[in-house]
Design a protein around this ligand. Structure first.
Ligand SMILES: Cc1cc2nc3c(=O)[nH]c(=O)nc-3n(C[C@H](O)[C@H](O)[C@H](O)COP(=O)(O)OP(=O)(O)OC[C@H]3O[C@@H](n4cnc5c(N)ncnc54)[C@H](O)[C@@H]3O)c2cc1C
Length: 365
């Protein structure tokens, strides 16, 4: 079979693109995937105890985008799991994101939403320099939530995550940290939430199951000659260009899976541990899959330098500029397109990966 579309990477982005080209445009598509499995960073598998575990950390699907939700439901039902996270400080559990309840507990007083906002604002403005040149993650975060909450729940977690001072990180990262002035304790407020009933890997496998699609696993595109009319690259953009503008850095992660007796351990999905010197968060996988088994598998997450797997783009100006240099090279290509979290060097949630792939397919018409 001679394919005219080559897709690098079988994560969400590459798989949506491959599916659309095969089904809507009836084109022959070759998907090259370095790993021995499809589904990229959303990959899950059954461990020896029968618990579906997510290899690269918990992934929860959430969206309010009707079209995205309809599209993903063509391949699988979802189990309706709604994500709740708690954070631990000095042995006490608090809601994450910060809610009105948390603010009242920390300040030990009854507050309405507007009073809480005023209090955090006043505290957040103390000691701030009114100069945009000083904007960074730490200053922006303190302005958003006040110094006390920042130091309890955010500073240590962030510095453990990135292994650098919070003041050296980009202010943009702060806008991803939610603050709730109500008592909605869900991490995501989206209309649709859940995990695919038979897992992400099965969902993506079904998306790629088509006579016009050939998937080659265990295949690094760099090890083979490629011929194509269109190449869609969802692998790292810097590697594609031989790192000629410098290497794009990623924060790595390491996961340690431990199975414990008992039907539940924490009784909720994810525990952030800003008070632990090493562990970043603790994930209880059967909470996400809603499986009923007499044991429970926990995933201890550690942030780390250097990893074969790229996880989070590093939010510094140096990296942003370097990524832009690669995007400038990409803009000169006529039949190569970069997409997805690695092709664009940006953090995107799964529903955004699907949305962007649907839009890219339309643009490439
Ligand atoms: C720790 C963590 C937790 C997350 N949690 C959530 C969450 O709860 N909810 C959510 O919506 N999103 C979450 N995300 C984001 C989610 O992982 C991304 O949205 C998703 O991976 C994007 O899909 P993608 O196809 O763009 O990238 P990927 O899934 O990374 O796919 C890229 C593919 O390219 C392949 N590839 C790379 N190099 C080569 C090569 N040389 N040759 C061939 N193939 C190659 C890779 O193996 C991979 O399969 C999380 C991300 C991280 C890092």
């Amino acid at each position: 079979m001679a394919e005219d579309i080559v897709v690098i990477g079988a994560g969400w982005t590459g798989s949506v693109m491959a599916h659309l080209y095969a089904t809507v445009r009836k084109r022959k598509v070759l998907v090259l995937e370095r790993q021995p499995f499809v589904s990229g960073h959303s990959h899950d598998f059954l461990d020896t105890h029968g618990i579906r575990v997510q290899k690269f950390g918990a992934h929860l699907f959430h969206t309010s985008d009707e079209e995205v939700w309809k599209f993903v439901n063509r391949f699988s039902g979802f189990n309706g799991y709604v994500h709740y996270v708690k954070t631990r400080f000095r042995g006490e559990l608090y809601d994450w994101p910060i809610t009105l309840d948390t603010i009242q507990r920390v300040y030990d007083r009854e507050l309405r939403a507007d009073q809480a906002q005023e209090l955090l604002k006043a505290e957040g403005l103390e000691g701030q320099v009114d100069d945009p040149a000083h904007d960074n993650f730490e200053m922006t975060m303190i302005r958003q939530v006040g110094r006390r909450l920042y130091e309890m729940f955010i500073k240590n977690y962030t510095e453990k995550m990135w292994q650098r001072p919070a003041a050296s990180l980009s202010a943009e990262l702060a806008f991803r940290v939610p603050l709730r002035l109500d008592n909605d304790k869900r991490l995501f407020k989206d209309v649709y939430q859940g995990v695919p009933s038979e897992g992400y890997t099965e969902l993506i496998r079904r998306m790629l199951e088509h006579p016009n699609i050939r998937v080659e696993l265990n295949t690094d595109y760099r090890a083979m000659p490629l011929s194509y009319q269109l190449l869609i690259c969802t692998a790292p953009i810097d590697v594609f260009y031989g790192c000629r503008c410098g290497k794009l850095e990623y924060r790595g992660m390491r996961f340690e899976f431990v199975t414990k007796p008992g039907t539940e351990f924490n009784g909720f999905g994810t525990l952030n541990t800003p008070d632990d010197p090493r562990v970043l968060r603790l994930e209880e996988h059967k909470q996400y899959t809603r499986q009923s088994l007499p044991v429970t598998t926990l995933g201890y997450n550690y942030a780390m330098d250097g990893s074969d797997e790229p996880f989070y783009p590093v939010p510094t100006m140096e990296q942003k500029n370097r990524a832009q240099a690669y995007r400038d090279l990409a803009a000169k290509e006529t039949n190569v397109v970069f997409a997805g979290r690695l092709g664009l060097y940006k953090y995107i949630d799964q529903h955004v990966a699907v949305r962007e792939a649907l839009d890219l397919f339309t643009q490439l018409a």
